[in-house]
Design a protein. Sequence first.
Length: 312
Amino acid sequence: MAALYFWLFIADDLRRDDAVPAIASQSDDRAEAQIFFTMTEANIRDKPAMTGSVILGKMPRGSQLTGIVRSDADPSVAWLELSDGNGFVALANLSQVKPPVLVKSLDDQIWAADGALDVWATTLPDSNLLDRVGEGTQLTLVGTTEDNFIEVKLSGDRYGYLNDAQAIIARLGGKPIMSAFNPQTCAFSGEIGAEFAKIGAEQQAKWQALEAKEFADEAARDKAYAAVEGKSKYMKLRRSFEGLSLTGIGQHYESQSLYFNEPPAQVIAVFRAQGFNIGRDGLFPSTDLYAGISATRGESAAYGKTELSCGV
């Protein structure tokens, strides 16, 4: 009688209790599909893993994808499992907002913000403020949009937009620095001229200290003078000059140099636009002095790609 009672009333309940967790587990796995857009050219892989997976295809920027977000394979990398069953795309390449068309790539250039900047979620007039960054914040610049914004990569695989792209591009090399240049006299005015004056004052102080110093003999004096005479003095800078990145200046024995991060052809084009007559060889017409723009070489290559040099 006891066995019959167990079979009729208790065993069935135990079977149902065992089955409930299995049903709930299936329900938990049914995540809701979401819509995303590719922010870059994105790879479609056969499984949610960077290594050991096969790339099945590529989706261009702005492509719409529908799928379920998965992070169970690798907690450090979230993936979108495509609803059509055709593979997986890393969530780091996706956004729930369709990206604008980029008219110019900035090649993920790293730029330290030169002041407080607002970062917007989109380029639309009613966009939400995504973040506010302070001076010195490192930003990754993706490219410029048709409506004068710069797309930037932020921490946490986020994207945002800075307004007034052209003004920011003009400051990429640093805060603007003003100067006028006379290739006939090799004179730099403005802030650049002031920087050369500082170097000159430092060099003059060294010579005065040597002249006032007592040496054991003439050989010791000649050795001390030789250590200073004819040596170049360099100063690294991070300033923008007419849209170029001025990366340094150099005071040599009988000449002065400016160093730029851009290639010679680009530097020449900017100075020509300023009204300077520059030959195909990069030389300014000059009577007694040399003035020209060329690629850096030797020790000056550590200060930039291009040198504007003027002097004897």
